[in-house]
Design a protein around this ligand. Structure first.
Ligand code: HEM
Length: 538
């Protein structure tokens, strides 16, 4: 067992367990020697030079000099809260994961974020919002690392550095800090028809939420659930806010960002402090785990596609309540490390090539962000289930591992940690056939339809939402200096919907655009979505 533990926030719902960082009444050095003066440095006489011998001065200044860690390479600005997830039991027939069991309560920590701005940027930027949840389950940590939009800009993780390089502030002036209104972003988007769907969500009112408490969350990718008997289904995860989905107008966003750039994090913390605990229902759209991983013609492995809820309703499986603010932003909100690899028995990944790349990236970046491979030992990241991982040593190791034989099998330390007791469920790498194929850098043909799904989303918007969206495109493209880029992007808008293309072109004083030629595989929504079906097992 680890060191003596206390819960720093005293939270009933899963504050991290940690040795209390500060004890005792008196100021001491980091080594515990009591100090009497921390206001004057040690000098040669009252006016003399400061002495190198002043160990307290050097320790205080040097520690301060190293207080900062790298901010996240994306999603640097965020706010978090503790809470609890209660399963409804409705998913127990499709997943053996204990977290879904009826009335099972699991502590969680959630971090909401913007994507592109730095740690100090404003909350009301037009941007995607991160919505990450760490479930501290009895079977290990499960991280659902999602966004407030159900689709993504790219279909293959190998393009992630490209889309982020294009979206981050331009390298010459580091402007703009947080918004998408610049040439590199629109250059990328206009050169990638696959980016049209996510960009449309960004330009819609979803890009400027009223509050973190009023956002939906989406796992985006399709995941695989495994039932007790080994049967599998494919699912998409959805968070539905009890307060409904609300946005602000662009003008409101400008005013709020100017007056209070901390508006969203203040809103979350104030609501929790006042006892107005925000709640979300977790739900799943459920699909048969068929050979081609499609549902009614929609490729479930393509993260630029949605499955309309009319075709596959979201079935509620549990309720999350955020009821405790962090005690220390750095220790909790900043040091938390979400990772789509953190899965528990009964929940597995699929072959979505964007998800597959994420499985490498998060672990990798956290080794750099959190200074070595031992960040799992940080209180906020520590599993609430017992850990016996045979990982040893490394930078910032805080555990004192006993025994002499961190390898298996061994006959020296007694017991074999890899022998799973009969009543425990191990994590299953779900056996899946892999198509015999040549090694190639190629995307499937079903990934080439880039306009039918943005069109679906566009058609679902109300009149006023469409107006806001067209205005957002006109405003943002109006900041783009290169007319070739503007014209190229307008053609994509015309391919999504002729009215959208025409309206934005008019606002920009440009001629009506010819729609981009739709790739051969583009399908009309009406043709693709003819059968309304429900796949929830009875
Ligand atoms: C961070 C979501 C795609 C790399 C994050 C965070 C969220 C998120 C919510 C913030 C986590 C936090 O609060 O600490 C998503 C979603 C994606 C996606 C929903 C697609 C559907 C990708 C891809 C990559 C990637 C394709 C790379 C191949 C990263 C990295 C971080 C991050 C490096 C920073 C993690 C850290 O420093 O702790 N992502 N992301 N993401 N994401 Fe993604």
């Amino acid at each position: 067992s680890g060191p003596e533990t206390v819960t720093p926030t005293g939270a009933k719902t899963g504050a991290p367990k940690t040795a209390n960082a500060q004890q005792g009444e008196y100021l001491t050095t980091a080594h515990g020697a009591r100090l009497t003066n921390s206001d004057q440095s040690l000098k040669a006489g009252a006016r003399g030079p400061v002495l190198l011998q002043d160990h307290h001065f050097r320790e205080k200044i040097s520690h301060f000099d190293h207080e900062r860690i790298p901010e996240r390479v994306v999603h640097a600005r965020g706010a978090g809260a503790h809470g609890v997830f209660r399963g409804y039991g409705t998913a127990s027939k499709i997943s053996q994961a204990g977290v879904f069991a009826k009335d099972k309560e699991t502590p969680v920590f959630v971090r909401f974020s913007t994507v592109l701005g730095s740690r100090g940027s404003g909350d009301l930027a037009r941007d995607t919002r991160g919505f990450s949840t760490k479930f501290y389950t009895d079977e290990g940590n499960w991280d659902l690392v999602g966004n407030n939009m159900p689709v993504f800009f790219i279909q293959d993780a190998i393009k992630f550095p490209d889309v982020i390089h294009a979206g981050k502030p331009q390298p010459d002036r580091e402007i703009p800090q947080a918004q998408s209104a610049h040439d590199t972003f629109w250059d990328f988007v206009s050169l990638h028809t696959e980016a049209q769907h996510h960009t449309l969500w960004n330009m819609s009112d979803r890009g400027i939420p009223r509050s973190f408490r009023m956002m939906e969350g989406f796992g985006v990718h399709t995941f695989r659930l495994i039932a007790e008997g080994g049967e599998t289904v494919l699912v998409k995860f959805h968070w539905k806010p009890r307060l409904g989905v609300h946005s602000v107008t662009w003008e409101e966003a400008q005013l709020i960002n100017g007056a209070d750039p901390d508006f969203h994090r203040r809103d979350l913390a104030d609501a929790i402090e006042a006892g107005a605990f925000p709640q979300w229902e977790l739900g799943v759209q459920v699909f048969e785990d068929n050979d081609d991983q499609t549902f009614q013609g929609i490729d479930l492995l393509d993260p630029t596609k949605i499955v309309p809820e009319e075709l596959a309703p979201v079935e509620p499986i549990g309720l999350m309540t955020l009821d405790k603010n962090p005690t220390n932003f750095f220790a909790e909100t900043e040091q938390i490390a979400f990772n789509p690899n953190n899965l528990v028995p009964g929940i597995d990944v699929t072959n979505d090539p964007l998800l597959q790349g994420r499985l490498f990236s998060y672990l990798d970046t956290q080794i750099s962000r959190l200074g070595g491979p031992n960040w799992n030992q940080l209180p906020i990241n520590r599993s609430h289930a017992p850990v016996n991982d045979m990982l040893r040593d490394g930078m910032h190791q805080t555990a004192v591992h006993g025994g002499v034989a961190p390898y298996r099998p061994n006959s020296l330390d007694g017991g074999n940690p890899f022998e799973t007791p009969a009543d425990a469920r191990p994590f299953i790498d779900f056996p899946q056939p892999v198509a015999a194929s040549v090694k190639e850098r190629k995307r499937p043909q079903s990934f080439e339809d880039h306009f039918s799904h943005p069109r679906l989303f566009w058609l679902s918007l109300s009149e006023v939402e469409r107006e806001h969206t067209a205005q957002a495109y006109a405003f943002e493209l109006g900041k783009c200096w290169d007319e070739n880029i503007r014209v190229r992007q307008l053609r994509h808008l015309a391919a999504i919907d002729p009215d959208l293309g025409r309206n934005v072109a008019t606002m920009l004083g440009l001629p009506e655009p010819e729609p981009t030629e739709a790739p051969a595989k583009d399908v009309e929504p009406s043709a693709a979505f003819t059968q309304v079906g429900k796949t929830w097992p009875t």
